[in-house]
Design a protein. Structure first.
Length: 75
């Protein structure tokens, strides 16, 4: 992985198509956000998921810096 690249993994607790750890890249520098109460296609429609991704894209951070906390439910 190139130096300074941020990886963000968005996963859903109810996803039966790509469940659990299968939806998370295996390298150590990935940030993972798990959303409760939403499934695979629900990630595409959830306002909370879309807002979180937009906020992460706008954040000007380097690898290893902390991100904003995520609310527990995406519904």
């Amino acid at each position: 992985m190139p130096a300074g690249v941020r990886w963000l993994s968005v996963t859903a607790s109810l996803d039966i198509i790509v469940p659990g750890l299968r939806s998370v890249p295996s390298h150590a520098q990935v940030e993972t956000i798990m959303f409760d109460g939403v499934g695979h296609l629900g990630l595409l429609l959830s306002r909370q998921v879309i807002g979180c991704i937009a906020a992460e894209l706008c954040a000007r951070r380097t690898v290893g810096e902390e991100r904003m906390p995520v609310l527990p439910s995406a519904s």
